[in-house]
Design a protein around this ligand. Structure first.
Ligand code: ZN
Length: 307
């Protein structure tokens, strides 16, 4: 859903636009041995899980009760990472929402400080008409993404791994990236806009200053990260940039998201598609497509880190 709030997406003409996808696509570099244009349907992989760091947490080896093609997760592993082009780099992946949020509406409704104001701790996220929850989607893509990045040698931390009953709150999600001194942070989402609104977009932090928020140092590198992810996402998934935001660039800039406002390290949100559109939903519910989405994001991150 629209991340920090429940408001359905609406076109916002006049938003700042980036240099466009042509440049972004050119910036990308293929990272994976399987190839940028591979079908990506080779299925899930579960690398050594990087546990979320904060309480409250409930041990669980089965974060999703429902049958789900998502990769399995596991406890924190000390398995050494392979050496690769991303060795020495830290990436924090933030799976948007939490499958348990819907059972903790009081907790996630609590207000937190996002620097420029106050906002709900977290939200439930959206779902397809058939009931596939955004929170399950974000965890699945994030786990696939973790595997791809770890294969390149990156150290990967998830803000939550289905291992806690709700949250974290948006301010804590930002803090995790900051405390890890992440080289890049990506928050994974899918949108909850009107049917007919299709495609992905990447949300970039606006320049904001207030309270604990000061994004001056991350605006430019976050844009670089976002452009590279957008270009690679197009190539890996074949999806078009959003037809309702960003004027065809696949990029949007926002100043109202705590997860971006409070970040001190380069960070973007990726809205992989619109769960409320039947055609997008048909893609988002396919494991093979989610693998392509993870691949596109991983290639964008890799391209950014190796620039
Ligand atoms: Zn969301």
């Amino acid at each position: 859903m629209r991340h920090d709030d429940f408001t359905p997406s609406a076109p916002r003409p006049g938003r700042r636009r980036g240099p466009g996808l042509a440049a972004a696509a050119l910036a990308g570099v293929c990272l994976t041995a399987s190839g940028c244009a591979g079908d990506g349907g080779s299925g899930p992989g579960a690398g050594p899980a990087t546990a979320s760091r904060s309480a409250p947490s409930t041990p669980s080896s089965s974060p999703s009760a429902a049958p789900d093609p998502s990769p399995s997760t596991g406890p924190t592993s000390s398995k050494p990472l392979p050496r690769g082009p991303l060795t020495g780099r830290t990436v924090v992946i933030d799976p948007g929402h939490n499958p348990g949020n819907r059972d903790h509406t009081r907790e996630i409704g609590a207000q937190v400080d996002i620097g420029t104001g106050r906002k709900e701790c977290d939200t439930t996220g959206t779902a397809t008409d058939a009931g596939y929850a955004e929170a399950r989607f974000t965890l699945d893509v994030s786990r696939r993404l973790r595997t791809l990045l770890e294969e390149q040698g990156a150290r990967v931390v998830l803000t939550q791994d289905g291992d806690r009953p709700f949250g974290p709150c948006v301010d804590e999600r930002a803090r995790i990236g900051n405390n890890e001194r992440a080289d890049a942070v990506v928050s994974v989402h899918a949108d909850g806009s009107a049917a007919g609104n299709r495609g992905f977009h990447v949300i970039l932090p606006a320049a904001v200053k207030g309270g604990g928020a000061d994004t001056a140092k991350i605006v430019a590198p976050s844009r670089e990260l976002g452009e590279r992810i957008a270009g690679n996402f197009v190539r890996a998934t074949g999806s078009a940039p959003s037809n309702y935001l960003g004027d065809g660039t696949g990029l949007d800039t926002r100043d109202d998201l705590g997860g971006l406002n409070l970040s001190t390290v380069p960070k973007v949100f990726v809205e992989c598609g619109n769960m409320r559109d039947p055609e997008d939903a048909a893609l988002l519910t396919r494991g093979g497509w989610r693998q392509k989405a993870a691949l596109g994001i991983a290639e964008g991150i890799g391209s950014y880190l190796k620039r």
